[in-house]
Design a protein around this ligand. Structure first.
Ligand SMILES: Cc1ncc(C[n+]2csc(CCOP(=O)(O)OP(=O)(O)O)c2C)c(N)n1
Ligand SMILES: [Mg+2]
Length: 809
């Protein structure tokens, strides 16, 4: 770790004893300085060739400086994990810098290419970020689900018995508006969540405005109703002392009654304004005039802004006072921009000090010109003492806290079900059921979860064998009463299924936590989740969040498409194939047959466990670094092919496609299909086989991976000049250069349309662009034109066009 350039040697003669709290106050000042300077530097002192505003949030940083200083330098233990509100990223990086876990260079490149990130990022930041944040609300919920996962792995005996960490979120008050926070609260309550602290930065400001005065009462009630202890950290020690003076009670009543807007405005205006307002409002109450007279304007301002969240001693007392593992909501009163010239102003969210203000700020912090990045410049405590203090900080004693776990071996073959007719969803359930029965290490590491669709997505067999996870052992009442049921859902701390209520955000955030178990808790979990495919969109931001932090999981969206027919028009999914393709960190598959699914799952379990640290820079399929897997599965029973897949076909299934019927060299037509439309693709193929001998039938198991391979190979050729070819280029090579491709899927046709650009073939795309009509599968396939007739019509159009009888528009 490089020292900041030019940090001078520690001065002598400053050896007066400072107590612990005084050192923390000094560090707090330094953290405030560094975070403000980092943002100032990024905006004013770096080249900005494209002129786009860099930004940063000095005011948002200032409101949590005390809380974060207290936490990181004093309260937290290495096993604790923290989600920092997005805009406090510079505070986090400054703290890491002071702890020797972050380079000055990273701060100097805040929001720059390769520099410290705008919002704390597990994957992109170089220091010790526990949970990424950025999309407000998600990091908050993450702490609750991480705590559940921590308890899950502990109760199942998968850890070495280390003490449980506290999962801490520093929450912006406006984050509570995000519905996912309430969803997480309710789910946490159901599972009796423990060891979670949500410290609410109650600065009563959001991005646009001052938040509603009535929020405070609601927060209390909301959390208490969910079984949380609410601790209000409202007044600082100076205020507490003033309240004890004659006139003090009136002052407290005034503070309690002041509207958020008035309070904020006075914070901005300062001492004289406080005096005028207080005199007007309570000046005639006994003792008040004398009380006010004891403070000059500056002191009065300091008193009135001495809220609990800015008083180091009060913060420490509160946080150290927590002695049990019940979830805690700590409402810390703060001031947005505390210690900055625009403190309290409602428009301060994106405010950045101008050069003049920064000069004054620098002087106030005693930072000499040129010493802006020095760790200790401007601090009064003896620097050797500061160093010794930092070296002894409990949180940082163990160094970086990112953990790992060895991969779990994946067997050569998963228990693939036999059966002449099956849907991919049924096959998925049976493979998991088979795994549950076999009792191998792979099965023991699986944690399944589903938002109230466990039975209807075919996870019931697995759950019958592996049980539901719960802190306490509870028997299945129906079973005890000898009532017949296909579902025997005993609950126990050893259970391997986490049943969630209907909230897809929770599902994906749980997957984010479970999928990081190896990194957070040093023990491997293989999370497997199911949900109805259309509701992927309900949880989409949370899914993106999970992928962004590199959590590893398998998620099956089922049933899907319009093929879910009688399930109802409202549940049809059209866009999910494109989501699967576009989502970074997620390899999307849509198999048609169960043997393909077995291959994909087998590969998937290994892919989840690959290690990013081994990745070469050029790995385009993420095949070395790994990722998560999305399976789009269907409820349509399909005739299963009688075959044994050879190794080459298995490889192509994973690469994304294989010829179900090989084309002859120079073939003029190929039908390309994905997923549940396989039967009609096959039927259409057999119908044209006579007329178009040599035509091919291409099974696309993953348009996502085929496409990724194609674009990456093109990039490799352009940038490295090598002769890389992509699997899809090889696949389409036998066709005539002007062959037609009829593509078909139960989803948006764009997913396969790009195939035309691979070798210049003309695509006749079939797919679904509208939804909402219920009916039988064949009625809907006919109505939306993805049935056999539609495929044949498209084949005819393709052939006519190629043979020159019809010219394309
Ligand atoms: C999901 C989402 N929506 C919108 C934003 C843009 N945004 C960033 S911070 C913020 C509000 C910040 O208020 P608060 O949480 O109270 O934090 P403060 O700035 O007061 O510290 C908004 C709307 C976002 N980051 N994420
Ligand atoms: Mg706020």
């Amino acid at each position: 770790m490089s020292e900041a350039a030019g940090e001078p040697a520690a001065p002598h003669g400053h050896e007066e004893a400072h107590d612990h709290v005084a050192i923390l106050r000094e560090l707090e000042r330094k953290v405030l300085w560094l975070s403000a300077w980092t943002i100032h530097h990024a905006n004013n002192l770096r080249d900005n060739p494209d002129g786009v505003k860099v930004g940063g949030h000095q005011a948002s940083c200032a409101s949590v400086t005390t809380l974060m200083t207290a936490l990181y330098f004093d309260v937290l233990a290495p096993e604790d994990r923290v989600a920092v509100k997005p805009h406090a990223s510079p505070v986090f990086h400054a703290i890491q810098y002071l702890l020797g876990q972050q380079d000055a260079d990273q701060l100097q490149h805040f929001r720059d290419y390769g520099g410290a990130q705008a919002y704390p990022s597990r994957t992109k930041d170089k220091d010790d970020v526990d949970f990424s944040t950025g999309s407000v609300g998600l990091g908050v919920a993450m702490t609750s689900f991480a705590s559940l996962i921590q308890d899950h792995v502990r109760l199942r005996g998968l850890t070495d018995g280390e003490p449980p960490g506290r999962m801490v979120a520093l929450v912006g008050d406006a984050e509570l508006d995000e519905g996912n926070v309430s969803e997480a609260l309710l789910e946490g309550w159901k599972h009796d969540v423990r060891n979670v602290w949500w410290i609410i930065d109650y600065n009563r400001q959001s991005l646009d405005a001052v938040v509603s005065d009535r929020l405070f009462g609601q927060i209390d009630r909301l959390f208490e109703a969910m079984g949380w202890d609410v601790i209000t950290l409202k007044y600082g020690k100076r205020q507490e002392a003033a309240f004890k003076q004659p006139g003090g009670e009136a002052l407290r009543e005034w503070i309690d009654g002041a509207s958020n807007a008035l309070y904020s405005a006075l914070v901005f205006q300062g001492g004289a304004a406080w005096r005028a307002q207080l005199t007007a409002d309570i000046g005639d109450r006994p003792g008040v005039a004398e009380l006010l007279a004891r403070y000059d304007d500056e002191q009065l301002h300091a008193l009135m802004t001495n809220l609990g969240g800015h008083d180091m001693a009060a913060v420490l007392e509160t946080l150290h006072g927590i002695a049990d593992d019940r979830p805690k909501c700590i409402i810390a009163y703060t001031i947005k921009g505390h210690g900055l010239p625009f403190a309290g102003h409602k428009d301060n969210h994106a405010g950045i000090m101008n050069a003049e203000q920064m000069d004054a700020f620098k002087q106030r912090h005693g930072v000499p010109e040129g010493a802006e990045w020095d760790r200790f410049a401007g601090l009064e405590t003896d620097w050797n003492r500061l160093r010794a203090f930092l070296d002894a900080v409990p949180f940082a004693r163990a160094g970086t806290r990112d953990r790992s776990a060895p991969p779990v071996a994946v067997p050569d073959r998963l228990p693939a079900p036999s059966g002449a007719r099956m849907s991919t969803q049924e096959g998925f359930g049976k493979i998991l059921d088979g795994l549950a029965r076999e009792d191998g290490e792979l099965a023991n590491r699986i944690l399944t979860c589903s938002p109230d669709v466990t039975v209807s997505t075919n996870l019931g067999g697995w759950v019958n064998r592996r049980g539901i996870w719960d802190r306490t052992r509870r028997s299945d009442v129906f079973r005890e009463h000898k009532l017949a049921s296909a579902h025997q859902w005993g609950m126990s701390p050893e259970g391997q299924h986490l049943e969630l209520g209907i909230a897809e955000n929770n599902l994906f955030i749980l997957l984010a936590a479970a999928g990081l178990s190896h990194r957070l808790f040093g023990t491997r979990l293989l999370p497997v989740a199911t949900l109805y495919d259309p509701f992927v969109k309900r949880g989409l931001d949370a899914l993106n969040y999970a992928c962004y932090q590199d959590a590893r999981f398998i998620v099956a969206g089922t049933p899907s498409g319009i093929t879910l027919a009688p399930e109802g028009g409202a549940h049809q999914s059209i866009a999910t194939p494109l989501i699967g393709m576009a989502q970074d960190g997620l390899a999307a598959f849509e198999p048609a047959f169960v043997d393909e699914l077995e291959v994909i799952l087998r590969w998937g379990f290994a892919y989840l466990q690959r290690d990013a640290s081994a990745a070469p820079a050029t790995d385009w399929l993420r095949d070395v670094e790994g990722g998560s897997v999305y399976l789009r599965l269907s409820t349509r029973p399909v005739e299963q092919p009688e075959r044994t897949l050879d190794a080459a076909t298995e490889r192509r299934i994973v690469e994304g496609g294989y010829w179900l019927r090989e084309p002859a060299p120079g073939a003029e037509l190929a039908i390309v299909y994905t997923g549940a439309v396989a039967p009609q693709a096959l039927e259409a193929f057999e119908t044209i086989a006579e007329e178009v001998p040599g035509a091919g039938l291409l099974a696309v198991t993953s348009a996502d991976r085929l496409n990724a391979g194609w674009t990456a190979a093109a990039k490799a050729r352009q940038t490295q000049g090598d002769g890389a070819t992509a699997p899809v280029e090889d696949l389409l090579a036998p066709l005539a250069p002007d062959a037609g491709l009829v593509t078909v899927l139960d989803g948006h046709p764009a997913m396969l349309s790009w195939l035309g650009s691979v070798r210049g073939h003309r695509v006749h795309p079939l797919g679904v662009e509208h939804f909402g009509q219920s009916g039988t599968v064949s009625e809907l396939h006919a109505s939306y034109r993805i049935d056999t007739d539609a495929i044949l019509d498209a084949c005819a159009a393709a052939l006519l066009e190629r043979r020159g009888k019809v010219h394309s528009p």
